[in-house]
Design a protein around this ligand. Structure first.
Ligand code: CP
Ligand code: NVA
Length: 309
């Protein structure tokens, strides 16, 4: 699709429903090629720079391996090592990297830093997670839902936990995919009202809905997809104790599984904390799709990179 080339991938809200499904279809094709070991060097000779100011297992490895499988090269740029970490401006980093590499993936704290990087870079910028959003994850999540359920439209997806980056991006992605998205959090940990407002508009336009709730059992009733994430995100380590208190009762356990549809699947972006947001039984159980979901990060991101770079 020529209209994708050169675009930034900062949020699923920036893409139309058709474009999101284009990524998912391409990701599934790339997955099939990789399973059959058929080479697909769409990015031969190209390089991705990967800036990390936070930890990562999935994002780092799947982008690096994905670039390799596409015939290109990836550079891991830890903020501990590059001059950005010593105060070199984002706008300078953006223009310098634009002279060397063909795309930038960045994982950091402030979403505004990623927007600024994209503004000053001449090459596509891919959001590998900010405090606000995590679009690569939700593209992989939607792909996983399509694989398991054959569709997204009309499905109920209940997120139980913190109104964080995952909750925000699930609202954006779920809305465009025509899903009924329920975000169930303690009252004090609701998602950002502005994200809720925008996602609600998107949902209305695509036959879905956004609902905020605070009762996990009621929120899970007949859900087709259950989703959770850590209670304390990266950067919130100091709040871990008070959050553990506030989120009592917000664990995906046997009671939640009984409330959901008997064929519901369970997703978690990982890393997981067993005994906090999810029980060991559920994450290891027959309805858990978390490792297919993690695998799909690779295929979904290859689709993004092959399209925009
Ligand atoms: N889900 C996810 O983004 O994992 P990492 O933090 O390991 O990249
Ligand atoms: N909400 C989590 C997601 C990790 C993939 C965090 O930001 O740490």
């Amino acid at each position: 699709d020529p209209t994708m080339k050169g675009r930034d991938f900062l949020s699923l809200h920036d893409f139309s429903r058709d474009e999101i499904f284009y990524f998912i279809d391409l990701a599934r094709q790339l997955k099939a090629l990789q399973k059959d070991r058929i080479p697909h060097p769409y990015l031969a000779g190209k390089t991705l720079g990967m800036i990390f100011t936070k930890s990562s297992t999935r994002t780092r490895v799947s982008f690096e391996v994905g670039m390799y499988q596409l015939g290109g090269n990836a550079l891991f740029l830890s903020s501990a090592d590059i001059q950005l970490g010593r105060g070199e401006p984002i706008k300078d980093t953006a223009r310098v990297l634009s002279r060397y590499v063909d795309g930038i993936m960045i994982r950091t704290f402030a979403h505004s830093d990623v927007v600024e990087l994209a503004q000053y870079a001449d090459i596509p910028v891919i959001n590998g997670l900010t405090d606000l959003l995590h679009p690569c994850q939700v593209l992989a999540d939607l792909m996983t839902i399509v694989e398991y359920k054959g569709k997204t439209d009309g499905l109920k997806m209940t997120f139980i936990g913190d109104g964080n980056n995952m909750a925000h991006e699930l609202m954006f992605g779920g809305a465009k995919a025509g899903m009924d998205v329920v975000i169930c959090t303690p009252e004090a940990y609701r998602p950002e009202p502005e994200i809720v407002r925008i996602a609600t508009e998107d949902a209305k336009a695509h036959g879905g809905s956004i609902t905020l709730m605070s009762d996990p059992v009621a929120a899970s009733k007949d859900a087709d997809v259950l989703y959770t994430d850590v209670w304390a995100s990266m950067g919130q380590e100091g709040e871990a104790q008070e959050r553990a208190q506030a989120f009592q009762g917000f664990m995906i356990d046997g009671t939640i599984m009984k409330a959901a549809h008997p064929k519901a699947i369970v997703l978690h972006c990982l890393p997981a904390h067993r005994g906090e947001e999810i029980t060991d039984e559920v994450i290891e159980g027959p309805q858990s799709a978390v490792f297919d979901e993690a695998e799909n990060r690779l295929h979904a991101q290859k689709a993004i990179m092959a399209s925009v770079m």
